[in-house]
Design a protein around this ligand. Sequence first.
Ligand SMILES: [Mn+2]
Length: 327
Amino acid sequence: METQVNYNFYPNKEVTIISAPFSAGQRNGGVEKGPKYLLKHGLKEDLEALGWKVSLEEPLKDSGLDLPPSEISQEIFEAGNSRMRNPTIVGQATEKIFETVKSVAHKKVFPLTIGGDHAIGMSTLAGFLDAYPDACVLWIDAHADINTPDTSPSGNLHGFPVSFAMGLKRDLWHKQFDWLDNARTKLLANRIAYIGLRDVDAGEKVILRELGIAAYSMYHVDKYGIAKVVEMALSKINPSGKSPVHISYDVDALDPLFTPATGTPVRGGLTFREGMYIVEAVAETGNLAALDIVECNPDLAISNVHEFDTIAAGCAIAKSALGETLV
Ligand SMILES: [Mn+2]
């Protein structure tokens, strides 16, 4: 059944799935398999059934940048206060993904990027903002992913994408991220809101407070309910109600009961329905215009049930975002 939901930015209902099998932004092997598993689960066919014309792009194909952490030579970059892991491979891969997201977005096709770890968020935000400078972002995650090179406890670059898209602490970056200077638009602090936070590093809390970023943690979801939280978040970042909305969805936002096979699970997360409601509600506004689904790691499943649940949840996010309704 075709969707009854309207997509204001895509009257022709064309979507490109951008496969980003990438794992060097963190230290668990297996997250690079996410795209393959999501596609095998029927992601493309599911979206076609919703009336979308679906194409596939693979920016990392034959690049050698899609290897698991065990197969790449580990690099630790340290200079002054700056510290990060594997900046060369992460910088090269994220640049390629950026170029693809940018070109898809400029063609007025919905970019649906599937990871891979969340380091690719710097690519998707910068790429989408290049085509839509007034875009706003909902970052659905247990973590804020806004560390800078001087705040990250781990140096894992999947904890940096928001700060890179905003251009924070630019002088501390490794040169491999110079490509971000080519992006037309930096993400502004009043154009991003978080939902689902519950494991935020001390340095990140300072950044969120200093920049006044709208951050709805699980406390707010408990206090107000998910519908009100989505409404508050959208009114903060999209006061005109007319800007395109990019959702970057880390499956660890959901409680590990629903997405156990992910690298940094944190209990006390969104229920499955709360998680789907977020994308359904944004889709209903007509402004949903880009989506990332990241951090599905089939290798971390301790059973077939865990693997199935996690991959099925990833596909369910995509379907709910792209127009599937319950009745
Ligand atoms: Mn994340």
